[in-house]
Design a protein around this ligand. Sequence first.
Ligand code: SPV
Ligand code: MN
Length: 652
Amino acid sequence: MLELKKGIDILSAIGGIQNMDGAERIFEEKCDPENLEKLHFIKNEEALLKIANAISLMTPDSVFINTGSEEDLQKIREMSLTKGEEKALAMKAHTIHYDLPQEQARIIDRTYYIVNEGEKTSVLARKILRSDAFQYINTNFKGIGKGKILLVGFFSRGPVGAQAAIPALEITTSTYVMHSANLLYRHVYHQFDDEAERRGIILTNVHSEGPNRPEDLPNARVFMDRSWLTTFSMFCTYAGNTLLLKKGNHRFAVDLATYFRKEEELSEHMFITGLSRSDGRKTYFAGAAPSGCGKTTTAMVGTDFIGDDLAQLWIAEDGTLRAINPECGIFGIVQDVNREGDPYLMKCLREEGTEVIWTNVLIDDHGVPHWVGNGEEPPKKGVNFQGEWVEGKMDETGKPVPLSHPNARCTLLNSAIGNYNESDAEDPKGVEIKVITYSGRDSDTMPPVWVGKNSDHGVVIGASILSAATATEVGAKGVRRQPWANEPFIPGPLADYMNAQFVFFNSPKLKTKPIMAGLNYFLTHGARGGEGKALLGEKRDVKVWLGWLEKLANNELDAVETPIGFIPKYEDLKILFDGIEKEYPKTLYDKQFAFYIDNMLARIDFQEEAYKKEENISPRLFESYQEQRMGLEALKEKYGSIVSVDQIMETA
Ligand code: SPV
Ligand code: MN
């Protein structure tokens, strides 16, 4: 069990400021009159002490208070250009920021939870004892802000007043990090005191890039103090390592939901998007996918886009499942974003009118960004994440350097995106979620879409996500388990998190239960009797899978019952494919939905074995696996190891 405020508060212990007099003294020393006045508007003492101690710890030359006013936002844009963390591009309001070549993703080998003696964490996570973290921060972080301006911003993770929204401080010497926060999070400087009071907690994030040289990267650390809801990040710039309002605070939100709001809230690595029909019916989805597996793309398929990365879910008074996006912008992967698949994003990226921070893409001689898979003619040279680039450039190991890094991203406001439903996204009551999806990068086993038979089944779909490594983590390799696609962000034991999922989705308080589905866009021809790694599906098919789920959630069609859950009938998909003007031959359906029973059984064995190694995993998981296994074995006995949907229907 997690305990808050346990052990020493490292920030205040090293900062050394214990009371408001001390805080005021350091504010007066480091703030000019204008910034001092801005700071004086904030009355919450916990926040002020955190800020004072961050100043004392990092000893910057001065402090800039970011109120979120247009003037302050503009100041930060200008500071970033002057300092050189960003450069202006040809398009108005577009800039480029480069992370060090060796820091193009989350540095999971240098990311730790700070724990107290005896505290359990996820077996997949790294942890560091509080006393060791204290030493590290005291040695490496103290004085890191010398010669720099420290920026302080007041944000909310979610619309003001939403039950799941949490106020958070971003304290950083990096203008790029603060500029990104300005686009990704809601400023609540004016409501900060009230929100802190209402929620009873605040989250604190302290970062400095330091000298930002490759030689400092081995010393880079991301520390998350679970007990004091404070993050520390040093010697790095990639937003996933530094803008800890995002994944750092998401990890705290997972803890808070799991240990303090069980049966009330969940905190998920999910997009939120809706489908509206011409008759006014609107159905919202929340969907999990591991980083770099098409979450943004799926979210953009909706007519009512709300968010592409994170969702805070809760059971409302009326028994519905509600969700908010803690963010208000996207930090999206640009690789393979093109006119055909992502028209809304392309408009933001290629036409004037949107503020965009680009990272780690190629900039040509005309100040225009380019990236892999954009469907345009690529330039022959430019500057990218590894410096000067020419076509055919090799790295030191003789591997070709791609035009842009596969984890290169663009940061922009959701309100710039054509299908964003801003009024629903800003509603503190959240949107009602009727469909939950879980997906991974699975080349050979699961069909494009299937739906759990009940809540337990649904939870097990989430628990069983499996995915190939992507470029979003430095050094990641191979295929691995990705429970709920949230595993990199679950601080405590997986058993606790899983238990909270079972309790939440089976709760009698949840009167309108969502359907819970698996999605897989990554089946290959090779895995279905053909040749090679080419995918059986295309990006535009996502509309069909979501469309089918929309109809199912609204009780408009029946599905085929199978041991793994419900799958679509060919005729229903055919109609939906007609809707996107695509041929959908029965032969393709047969390939996509045939059961390759041995693969499915091997998958169950693999998951079961892994979960058996962990303590206290709910028996519900094993019961569900066993039930699926028995059903699959019965099919195999009757039809052999490859079973068509027609055969499955015959059995039913
Ligand atoms: C992800 O990798 O899941 C992201 C980007 O959304 S990061 O900020 O690195 O987490
Ligand atoms: Mn993510």
